[in-house]
Design a binder for this molecule. Sequence first.
Ligand SMILES: [Zn+2]
Length: 324
Amino acid sequence: MPSASRAERLQPDGHASRHVDAVCAGERGDAMRALRARKNPVRAPFAAMLAVGLAACASVAPAPSTQVPTSARPVATLPDEAPQGALVVGRAAPGSRVLLAGRPLRVGPDGTFVFGVARDAVEPLSVVIEPADGAPQRIDVAVRPREWPEERVDGVPPQTVEPPPEIAARIREEQARVAAARERDDDRLDFLQPFVWPVEGRISGRFGHRRVYNGVPGAPHSGMDIAAAEGTPVRAPAAGIVTFADPGLYLTGGTVVLDHGFGVSSNFLHLSRIDVRVGQRVEQGQTLGAVGATGRATGPHLHWGMNWFEVRIDPLLVLERGAR
Ligand SMILES: [Zn+2]
């Protein structure tokens, strides 16, 4: 868990022994921007902004509450508000239809539905419940803003700036394959399981924090980095089905996507080894592979990302959500 020791600068020497500082140099837009980074490394004190981040993260998990309609019985259970990056689980009367901003959501036999709150969401999320026998009702879930401190990542390999066109094309193709895996919408409730840490370790990079690579601003960090030694087993934080497994993506290296149902998925990046295959069912705690530094990483660590379909969510909030 977080500690004061995390108030260190992110150094370029994570390759050697300082794996605790290892972070991803990003994926998708992050990395593409990192690839373009060509200016002098710039470093800045990190402690102050980290303290802000810790404070922000200490107050995340919202208490669930019941929205009582103006008349008759409640049609759904939802939190009044949810922080940016949260995974929100609601329950409607069985048989209800549920729409998020007009988008139909999968509803389980017991009325369970789920959606993600984007990092940059601001406006209240409009959820419309259409009970099988009753009038539709709209419930607004307020979005609680969070602080997004800056993390500086230096030591991004300078030879990777400005990738040649064939590499850029490869990156786009690989990202499209991963994105396709995240579109899956299985009727499984694995995401209701209380999540556990896939590896034990210090958080070396947090979801949503603004990233500066070699002094050049990049896209926000898309997941959570956990520092761990090369070869440490990576375990499934919750049960699911493996929907993507590739040992050698250009930016993210050994990459696994685990689908938890209803569009909720986890991705595990920079793996040194993959022990599962696409289509395989894994249970919580089962080994998926091992920590590595493959792809664009400054040292061994696990990058754990989570999505609700295309919406990136914060794994730490899912861990803290616990059993519901
Ligand atoms: Zn990362």
